[in-house]
Design a protein around this ligand. Structure first.
Ligand code: C5P
Length: 250
């Protein structure tokens, strides 16, 4: 391969994988979380639009509930999405990690940078998406958007039964802690290697890269990139959308 034809990080195409296969049990009974409506539009469509809004993102892979790929495909067809972005739907797995791996396996070869974004973070602003992509293009193998914490965090010895008092074990210094969001951005080969070598369950993708001993960097996250997890989060998400509509009106 000549030097001219070898792709540099700055030229590498970016794909986003959106795991949307969770049941969303903490949100209460009903449809899978990603398919629940916010302002009349499924949460997943908000999340897909949020990632496709980035001029960097050329492909969005949605990881659907294992038995819901056809439904998710027709949902994408039924909603307006940018023409310059390609879309793929693949069935997901038992765990979030497995769903992400299945999304990665569906990526065509030209995508050298991968964003992994929770469908449950439907309102992430495009500036946050772009900041993550730019940090990967600048050479970081893994990038997370992160925010300082408002609450002090305690480590406890978890009680056997919910509601029982739990002994506090430690209080990490709050100024050194960050709450981590998505999209998390990766050099594709690094994320694939992480999935091949890390087998235990993790709660975020970047921690698998940490386990490989590679550097992970944090860039500023955004309060609107919060994860819709509990019923009150739906109220907050509706309020954010109402505020956006009001601001767009002026
Ligand atoms: O459960 P949690 O809130 O951590 O889920 C984060 C994201 O991972 C959600 O968008 C959810 O749909 C997705 N997920 C998945 N496959 C699973 C479990 C969760 O794609 N088996």
């Amino acid at each position: 391969m000549s030097d001219e034809s070898r792709s540099t990080p700055a030229q590498t195409s970016v794909a986003a994988v959106i795991p949307a296969a969770g049941r969303g049990v903490r949100l209460g009974p009903g449809a899978p979380k990603a398919l629940r409506a916010l302002s009349g539009t499924p949460m997943l469509i908000h999340a897909v639009r949020a990632l496709a809004a980035s001029r960097h993102v050329a492909l969005v892979v949605v990881v659907a509930p294992p038995d819901g790929a056809a439904e998710v495909k027709s949902l994408l067809d039924a909603h307006a999405l940018p023409d310059r972005t390609d879309f793929l739907v693949v069935p997901g797995g038992e765990s979030r990690q497995e769903s992400v791996r299945l999304g990665l396996e569906a990526l065509p070869p030209q995508y050298g940078i991968v964003l992994v974004h929770d469908a449950a973070r439907p309102l992430v602003p495009v500036d946050t998406v772009d900041a993550v992509v730019e940090a990967v293009r600048d050479g970081a193998p893994a990038v997370v958007p992160a925010l300082p914490l408002a609450d002090t965090v305690k480590e406890v010895a978890p009680a056997a039964e919910a509601g029982e008092p739990e002994p506090v074990v430690a209080t990490p210094e709050r100024s050194r802690l960050r709450a981590v969001q998505t999209p998390q951005g990766f050099d594709r080969a690094t994320l694939v290697r992480a999935h091949e070598s890390v087998t235990e369950n993790v709660t975020d993708d970047a921690s698998m890269v940490e386990q490989l001993g590679l550097p992970v960097v944090a860039v500023p996250g955004h309060e609107e990139a919060f994860k819709v997890t509990r019923p009150l989060d739906l109220v907050l998400a509706e309020a954010v959308l109402a505020r956006r509509r009001l601001n767009d009106g002026f």
